[in-house]
Design a binder for this molecule. Structure first.
Ligand SMILES: *[C@@H]1O[C@H](CO)[C@@H](O)[C@H](O)[C@H]1NC(C)=O
Length: 324
């Protein structure tokens, strides 16, 4: 119950009515809360990270961008729910001693969690995008926060997303929504198109959240590596793309439910990822159709629900004082 007081689920639809809707829902929540008898005795939620092992593990995918990695680790070290950081290392040479020393020092000096967060390098011989979804032995938390090294989210956004994930631990909960669209062309009924950010923004509808910034249960790591058809893993390795789409398919197939998009501030600290290369959306479209063929059906499910942290949504303070 306490968790839901922090959440306002808003429906994304037309852009123009978004703000209005948001405020209406905030108003409704306030009104509902006002009717419950303990309204005047509201307290802050109990320290949700005080139980060891109940936080989340960050899994960072990185490749030869040590400055970004340092920035990223330095930032996330300060987040309260952090239990451990796993750096997915796929370079031919192991991490240098000075890098390991530097990162460990940062973690030691900044860590704020219930216990000292651990730093681990997951060293891979093969350079494959599937490395980021390898099973992690001795993982103490159920929650995995998967990120790329070039995006940073404020700790408040990360912890809000974590609390949303805790209320739906089988679901993928993330900051970067994408969609699949049915190709409108005649005679192409079963052909899909990969929809980027603008199509999601325009329609308010999505069916995937990308693993460059998403929470999911650690069980999906083992499903991805051991249960998912090997042909999908081979495809992502060979084409150096679409491991995130593959994970979205996997979770959707397992749950029959859509992911949850969480509103959060995104700071991009590097901008030379593969998504800025030409032909990106065509290659993604090819992946979607390829994976549909592998599954024998389209497992992705649409939704328009978006989780918003009501503590920071639509200047609630003004609404607050005008009601009461
Ligand atoms: C998809 O889900 C079904 C039903 O749970 C399961 O039997 C099947 O193995 C899954 N397919 C893949 C490719 O994971």
């Amino acid at each position: 119950m306490q968790r839901f007081r922090q959440l306002a689920i808003t429906v994304t639809g037309s852009v123009k009515i978004k703000l209005l809707l948001c405020c209406c829902i905030a108003f409704t929540l306030l009104a509902l809360a006002g009717r419950s008898s303990d309204f005047m005795r509201w307290t802050k939620p109990a320290e949700q990270f005080s139980v060891p092992g109940k936080g989340y593990a960050i899994v960072v995918n990185t490749w030869k961008r040590y400055d970004l990695l340092k920035q990223s680790i330095s930032h996330y070290s300060t987040c309260a729910g952090l239990d451990s950081i796993h750096i997915v290392w796929s370079e031919p040479n192991p991490p240098s001693e000075s890098l390991v020393k530097y990162l460990n020092h940062i973690l030691l000096s900044k860590s704020k969690g219930a216990r000292q967060a651990e730093l681990k390098f997951d060293i891979n011989k093969e350079d494959s995008l599937n490395n980021r979804f390898k099973e992690i032995r001795d993982l103490k938390t159920d929650a995995v926060f998967s990120i790329d090294d070039d995006v940073i989210f404020p700790c408040s956004s990360v912890e809000f997303a974590f609390s949303v994930w805790q209320s739906a631990p089988d679901t993928m909960v993330g900051f970067v929504p994408r969609a699949h669209w049915v190709d409108q062309l005649e005679g192409k009924k079963d052909y899909y198109i990969y929809g980027g950010w603008w199509s999601v923004w325009w329609t308010g509808t999505y069916s995937m959240v990308l693993s460059k910034a998403a929470f999911f249960h650690k069980k999906y790591l083992s499903l991805y590596s051991n249960e998912m058809p090997a042909s999908i893993r081979e495809y992502t390795t060979k084409n150096r793309n679409c491991e995130d789409i593959a994970m979205s398919f996997l979770v959707a197939n397992a749950t029959g439910a859509p992911p949850i998009w969480v509103k959060g501030k995104i700071f991009e600290i590097g901008s030379t990822g593969i998504s800025s290369l030409g032909g990106h959306s065509e290659r993604r479209t090819t992946c979607v159709n390829r994976f549909v063929a592998e599954y024998g059906r389209m497992p992705l499910v649409y939704t328009s629900v978006k989780a918003v942290d009501s503590r920071h949504a639509c200047s609630g303070d003004a609404v607050d004082s005008s009601i009461f």
